[in-house]
Design a protein around this ligand. Structure first.
Ligand code: HEC
Ligand code: HEC
Ligand code: HEC
Ligand code: HEC
Ligand code: HEC
Length: 169
C-alpha cells in the first residue's frame, strides 16, 4: 500500500482536513509577494532585456522542477552589467563568496502532492496559465490557488487523468 493511503487510514487524513495541510496549502495564496534577498524583477528581464523563461528556468521542460536559476546565469551578464548598483553588488558578493542567493520559495505544494513541470510543458500548456502574467511582475507572487479543485478541473477539461494516485503517491 502506498504512503498516502496508509496515512489516510491511520487518522492523519482527518487531521489534515481539519487544519495542518489546509493551512499549508493556503499559506501563500494571499497573493502578497514575499520579500526576496535581491530585488529581482521579472518585468525588467522579460520586457526590457527580452529574455525567455527558459533562459533562466532551464529545466522546466525536462523534469519535475523548473528550478530557480544558478548564479552563473546571472553573472554571465552582471559581471559587466550595472555593477554600480547595490543590488548587483549583493549578487556579486554572494557569487564570489560561493554561498549563492537564498531566494524565498513562492509556490509550495504540500508534501503529499506529486507535480511535474515536464508533462505540462510537453502538453503545450503555457507558463502563464499557471503562473499568471509573469512578464508584468516587479515582484514574483502566486496568483493561482494551487488547490486540488484547480488541478482537477483543468485535468477534466483536457482529458488528463483524475484518479487520486495521479497526484498523490
Ligand atoms: C533572468 C532570469 C529569469 C527569467 C528570464 C525568468 N525568471 Fe522566473 N525567476 C528568476 C529568479 C531569480 C527567481 C527567484 C526570485 C523571485 O521569485 O523573484 C524566479 C522565480 C520564479 C518563480 C517562482 C518560483 C517559486 O519560488 O515558486 C516562477 C513561477 C517563475 N520565476 C516563472 C517564470 C516565468 C513563467 C518566466 C517567463 C515568463 C520567468 N520566470 C523568467 C529568474 C528568471
Ligand atoms: C500546469 C501548471 C504549471 C505550468 C504550466 C507551469 N508551472 Fe511552474 N509551478 C507550478 C506549480 C504547481 C508549482 C509548485 C510546485 C511545487 O511546490 O512542488 C510550480 C513551481 C515553479 C517554480 C518553482 C521551482 C520549482 O520548479 O518547483 C518555478 C521556477 C516555475 N514553476 C517556473 C515555471 C516556468 C518557467 C514555466 C513554463 C516554462 C512553468 N513554471 C509552467 C505549476 C505550473
Ligand atoms: C542577458 C543579460 C542578463 C541576465 C542573464 C540577467 N540580467 Fe539582471 N539585468 C540585465 C540588464 C540589462 C539590467 C538593466 C540594467 C539597467 O537598468 O541599465 C538588469 C538589471 C538587474 C537588476 C536591477 C539593478 C538595479 O539596481 O537597477 C537586478 C537586481 C538584476 N538585474 C538581477 C539579476 C539576477 C538575480 C539575474 C539572474 C537570475 C539576472 N539579473 C540575470 C541583464 C541581465
Ligand atoms: C492548465 C491545465 C492544468 C493544470 C492547472 C494542471 N494540470 Fe496536470 N496535466 C494537465 C494535462 C493536459 C496533463 C496531461 C499531459 C500529458 O498528456 O502528458 C497533465 C498531467 C499531469 C500529471 C501526469 C499524469 C500522468 O499520467 O502521470 C500530473 C502528475 C499532474 N498533471 C499533476 C497536476 C497537479 C498536482 C496540478 C495542480 C497543482 C496540475 N496537474 C494542474 C493539465 C493541467
Ligand atoms: C490533479 C491532481 C489531483 C488529483 C487527481 C487529486 N488530488 Fe488531492 N490534492 C491535490 C492538491 C494540489 C492538493 C493540495 C492543495 C489543497 O489542499 O487543495 C490536494 C489535497 C488533498 C488532500 C488534503 C486536503 C487538504 O485540505 O489539504 C486530500 C485528503 C486529497 N487531496 C485527497 C484526494 C483524493 C481522495 C483524490 C481522488 C479522489 C485526489 N485527492 C485526487 C491534487 C490532486
Amino acid at each position: 500500500m502506498n504512503k498516502f493511503i496508509v496515512l489516510a487510514l491511520t487518522g492523519y487524513f482527518g487531521l489534515m482536513l481539519l487544519g495542518f495541510a489546509g493551512l499549508a496549502g493556503h499559506w501563500h495564496a494571499t497573493g502578497l509577494p514575499p520579500v526576496q534577498p535581491i530585488a529581482f524583477s521579472h518585468q525588467l528581464h522579460l520586457n526590457t532585456v527580452g529574455l525567455n523563461c527558459t533562459h533562466c528556468h532551464q529545466y522546466a521542460d525536462q523534469g519535475k522542477q523548473a528550478t530557480v536559476p544558478a548564479m552563473s546565469i546571472c553573472m554571465a551578464c552582471h559581471k559587466n552589467v550595472k555593477t554600480d548598483s547595490p543590488e548587483i553588488q549583493k549578487l556579486s558578493q554572494a557569487w564570489e563568496g560561493g554561498e549563492g542567493v537564498e531566494w524565498v520559495k513562492v509556490h509550495d505544494l504540500p508534501w503529499h502532492v506529486h507535480f511535474t513541470h515536464k508533462r505540462h510543458i510537453k502538453a503545450g500548456i503555457e507558463c502563464q496559465s499557471c503562473h499568471g502574467e509573469v512578464q508584468a511582475m516587479e515582484q514574483m507572487r502566486q496568483v493561482r490557488s494551487l488547490e486540488m479543485g484547480w488541478c482537477v478541473s483543468c485535468h477534466r477539461l483536457n482529458a488528463a487523468p483524475t484518479d487520486c494516485l495521479t497526484c498523490h503517491k
